[in-house]
Design a protein around this ligand. Structure first.
Ligand code: PMP
Length: 378
């Protein structure tokens, strides 16, 4: 008797990032600059709101898309802070941005539909698209300062293209798309039946006054789906909370997958989400801005080529001159220099490594000192 499983699941490789992070953890004496989450605690007011909800027995099934008060709070927050107008009926609270992504691609894709993923990219995009029986189409950006080249985008589009995912600020580069890039993408996609998934989960962590998201192009509202997360701005990674926003007809289909998948997000955390939306994220952004300046200067002083990030908390460092693939380089640096960074290939781009600056000043200094010492041995 042969037992068979879903071939889409069998074809997805376990996460290389996770494997490498475990390797760093299990290397005696090593320090890692690997994690992709703020090293801060969830704000007190957010925790208090969840505790109060628990104490008031807010522990029953909530409405599938989220309590109306939460959807209203998100709707108001998006309009007032980000100029995005989505009614509560156009929002779904999800289990992190990850569930949003899963719901979106499950809803959009028929087998064989193509999704354009500009690389380097957050690793889950590729596997989620594959699990949803879609075909990831990688669109390299590293030769174009991590901006999407309109000609390359045109060349990547086929009659099977169903969606493109835009991540700004980007994980792993920290780059944001310029207005010019976004205009170019808009001009190409305007008359095409292609969905644009805007993963803007690092939006509050931007270090420039000139941030634009593709979600602003509301003349394409029928094809735009926005993904947001409570994880990064409010140090809530473990709460697993996010949301997506889309034009009502699309949201109506997204909710079917969401409700069949998880029923809803937990009840008593939803008050905490409102408290999070009310909290001031400026001090967090300032903290990461200072770290970014320190890390960037150190890397440049070491002679490393790195584009100064304008958002998120990563740097994507070019290591091509050392003549090794990124896994070989990062493994060697871990074993000999006792410092761990994530190989760029796990984001779909060889010749780079990702540094996270979600670490204290002391840890960053120690990690950077070790990188510097290791480079001198090469
Ligand atoms: N999108 C991007 C670009 C990310 O980097 C991450 C997490 N690292 C996610 C989505 C998923 O976030 P969440 O914790 O909300 O599931």
């Amino acid at each position: 008797m042969e037992l068979t499983l879903n071939s889409a699941v069998l074809n997805v490789e376990p996460s290389g990032i996770r494997r490498f992070t475990y390797l760093v953890r299990d290397t005696p004496g090593a320090c890692g600059l690997t994690i992709g989450e703020p090293d801060l605690d969830t704000p007190e007011a957010v925790k208090e709101a969840a505790k109060a909800a628990l104490d008031s027995n807010d522990t029953h099934y909530p409405p599938g898309n989220g309590y109306p008060y939460l959807l209203e709070a998100i709707s108001k927050f998006e309009a007032e802070r980000h100029g995005l107008h989505y009614s509560p009926e156009e929002i779904i609270a999800t289990v992190g941005a990850t569930e949003s992504l899963f719901v979106i691609f499950s809803t959009l894709l028929n087998p064989g539909d193509e999704v354009i993923i500009p690389t380097p990219a957050f690793g889950l995009y590729e596997s989620i698209v594959q699990l949803c029986r879609g075909v990831p189409v990688m669109l390299p950006t590293e030769k174009n300062r991590f901006q999407i080249d309109p000609e390359a985008l045109k060349a990547a589009i086929t009659d099977k293209t169903k969606a493109i995912i835009l991540t700004s600020p980007n994980n792993p580069t920290g780059c944001i798309y310029t207005k010019e890039t976004l205009d170019g993408i808009h001009d190409i996609l305007l008359d095409k039946p292609i969905f644009v998934v805007c993963d803007d989960v690092y939006r509050t962590l931007t270090y420039t006054g000139d941030y634009h998201s593709f979600s602003e192009y509301q003349d394409m509202r029928d094809r735009i789906i926005i993904v947001q997360s409570f994880s990064k701005p409010y140090a809530m990674t473990g709460w697993r909370l996010g949301y997506c926003m889309a034009d009502a007809p699309i949201r109506d289909r997204l909710q079917i997958f969401h409700q069949n998948c998880v029923t809803s997000v937990p009840s008593f955390v939803q008050r905490a989400c409102v408290a999070a939306l009310e909290s001031d994220t400026k001090p967090v952004t300032e903290l990461f801005r200072k770290r970014k300046e320190y890390v960037y200067k150190r890397l440049v002083d070491m002679g490393l080529e790195v584009q100064e990030p304008e958002g998120a908390f990563y740097m994507f460092i070019n290591i091509e001159k050392y003549g090794m693939d990124s896994v070989t380089f990062c493994t060697k640096m871990l074993q000999e220099g006792l410092v761990g960074l994530i190989p760029g290939v796990y984001f779909g781009t060889e010749g780079y490594m990702r540094l996270s600056y979600c670490y204290s000043d002391e840890d960053l200094k120690r990690g950077l000192d070790r990188i510097e010492a290791f480079l001198k041995t090469l």
